[in-house]
Structure formats: structure tokens, C-alpha cells
Write a protein that binds this ligand. Structure first.
Ligand SMILES: O=P(O)(O)O[C@H]1O[C@H](CO)[C@@H](O)[C@H]1O
Length: 295
């Protein structure tokens, strides 16, 4: 099979290394954990101290963010005591980037020293028990785009990143999931909004039809979005430990009698309303990563 290297495969090891070197020469922070801020969740990066930030359009070979609620910069700093790097804005397939290009920054995170990835996103609930404003810890995902032959790891494999074939049975580290549940349990009001479920990524940018929503429910999907899965695959490929959660910003339209109320700007507002709790949850999970690495 012929691959168009420009559009399907993106980010040779040398290119990613060049980006990592560019960044490390301009910041003294040596991050242990990479954080990807989802739609409306850029507040996470605003919690950092000792910040060095880089607009995406100033970083060599970096794509640019084109979606509202994704500011478009990479922020190095400390979250509590732990050195981290945040993507304040991610890349989506529907913006016209290949999945490899969307998740190339995860490899940059790895080469600047991150051992862990925390991915966050805004998602629609398929599970009818969920409510807008819930936080769903991702236990597992369904790589629907992968079923159709699209994957960030398409093309020749570079063993310096990771193996040709990789297991995904524990893509979301059970230990971190359990830490997140424990820390959330100690936060006031979190028990009522905390869920644990299966995320599925679609290509977008259109939202789902009623028939598609019902199909995804049958498949065991709890929440749906247009990101995260390819980032987690890329992170696992290069040996990173992963944790992710979705902020439920809307209920998916599951019946023809319902009015569809999907509006990206409203989703971003849901993120703003929950930002205090989300920042606290991430800060506490990152602190536990810092503790586990120092012991
Ligand atoms: O996954 P994040 O980046 O949070 O964004 C979510 O919000 C957008 C739809 O409103 C889509 O891009 C979807 O994936």
C-alpha cells in the first residue's frame, strides 16, 4: 500500500527531536507529566507557576489550533511541585490534520521527558444516566476510526518511539484511575458528578445522528467526542502512562422527538463552570504522580 507521507505520516523521530531540543533550550522546566486541555478546559494551564509558554505558530513544525476554546500554546511550568507541560489547545482530525499530526505533540512531550499523559476533553453523553456537568473518568475507549483503518501509527514504524504492534488492554492505567477516584471522593460534591466509562472518538465535525447515537449505545459507549483516542494510542506506543477524563457538556440526541441542542460555545461555557473542580482534580492526580516518582 502506498502512503502519502505528507498527509498520513507526520513527525519523523528527527523532527520530533528537533522540536524537543528547541523547547528544552528555551525553558528550564523538565516536565514529568504532559496535560492536554480539552475544549473549554484551558484553565488547567492557567494554574501553572514558573511558566514558559510557546505559541504553536512559533514552534518549528507545529500545527496551529483553529477551534474556539483552544488557545494554541504549549505551557511549561509547575503544577503544585510537579514540573508539567500543558497543551492549551489540541488538534482535531476535522481541522484537516492527519491523526499522526494531531497527536505528534504527544511524542514531543515524551522526548522532553514526560512519562505520564493526562488527556481531558469535552464530550456528549450517550449514557442516559449521565448529566451535563458530570466528569467521566475514562476506563477504556473504542477506536471507531481505527476500525475504519485510520490510526496515528499508520505507515512505517520507528522503533525509537515504540513497537510496531502494541497492546491496548490497559491503555488507561488502572492505578491512576483508582488514585483519581480516591482524590475525587475527598472533594466536596464530586461523588454526585463522578462517572467512569467508555469514550469513543468520531471524526466530526458534525455531531451524531439519532441512529448513530443509538448504535454507539449498543456498542457500549458512554460518551463521545472527537479527540483523545489517537493521543492515547500515540502515548502508549511511546511507553507513557495514561489517564483521561471527559467533561460531559451535552446529552446526545437519542430520539427524534428531542430538540438537538448542540452548540460548541455552550460546551466551552460548561467547562468554565466546572473549572475549579477540574483544576483541583488534575492538580491532585498530578501530585500523586509526583509522589510516586519521588519514592
Ligand atoms: O475533545 P475536545 O478537544 O475537548 O473538543 C470537543 O468539543 C468539540 C465539539 O464541540 C470537538 O472538538 C470535541 O472533540
Amino acid at each position: 500500500m502506498e502512503f502519502d507521507r505528507d498527509t498520513i505520516v507526520y513527525g519523523s523521530y528527527e523532527m520530533v527531536q528537533e522540536i524537543a531540543t528547541y523547547l528544552l533550550e528555551r525553558t528550564g522546566i523538565r516536565p514529568r507529566c504532559g496535560i492536554i486541555c480539552g475544549s473549554g478546559l484551558g484553565c488547567l494551564a492557567d494554574q501553572l507557576t514558573e511558566v514558559d509558554s510557546f505559541d504553536y505558530d512559533t514552534i518549528p513544525h507545529f500545527p496551529v489550533s483553529t477551534v474556539a476554546g483552544h488557545r494554541g500554546r504549549l505551557v511549561f511550568g509547575r503544577l503544585g511541585d510537579v514540573p508539567v507541560v500543558c497543551m492549551q489547545g489540541r488538534f482535531h482530525y476535522y481541522e484537516g490534520y492527519s491523526l499522526a499530526k494531531c497527536s505528534m505533540p504527544v511524542r514531543v512531550m515524551r522526548l522532553v521527558g514526560c512519562t505520564h499523559l493526562i488527556a481531558t476533553n469535552a464530550a456528549g453523553a450517550i449514557n442516559s444516566q449521565y448529566r451535563v456537568g458530570d466528569i467521566m473518568l475514562i476506563r477504556d475507549h473504542i477506536n471507531l476510526m481505527g476500525f475504519a483503518g485510520n490510526c496515528p501509527l499508520l505507515g512505517p514504524n520507528d522503533d525509537r518511539f515504540g513497537p510496531r504492534f502494541l497492546g491496548m488492554a490497559k491503555a488507561y492505567e488502572p492505578e491512576l484511575l483508582s488514585v483519581a477516584k480516591q482524590v475525587a471522593h475527598r472533594m466536596p460534591g464530586m461523588d454526585e458528578i463522578l462517572r467512569e466509562g467508555v469514550y469513543c472518538c468520531v471524526g466530526g465535525p458534525n455531531f451524531e445522528t439519532v441512529a448513530e447515537g443509538r448504535l454507539l449505545e449498543l456498542l457500549g459507549v458512554d460518551a463521545i467526542g472527537m479527540s483523545t483516542v489517537h493521543e492515547i494510542i500515540t502515548a502508549r506506543h511511546c511507553g507513557m502512562t495514561c489517564f483521561a477524563f471527559s467533561l460531559i457538556t451535552n446529552m446526545c440526541t437519542m430520539s427524534y422527538d428531542e430538540e438537538e441542542e448542540h452548540c460548541h460555545e455552550t460546551f466551552v461555557d460548561v467547562g468554565r463552570q466546572l473549572e475549579g473542580r477540574i483544576c483541583e482534580l488534575v492538580t491532585r492526580v498530578v501530585a500523586s504522580i509526583g509522589d510516586s516518582e519521588s519514592t
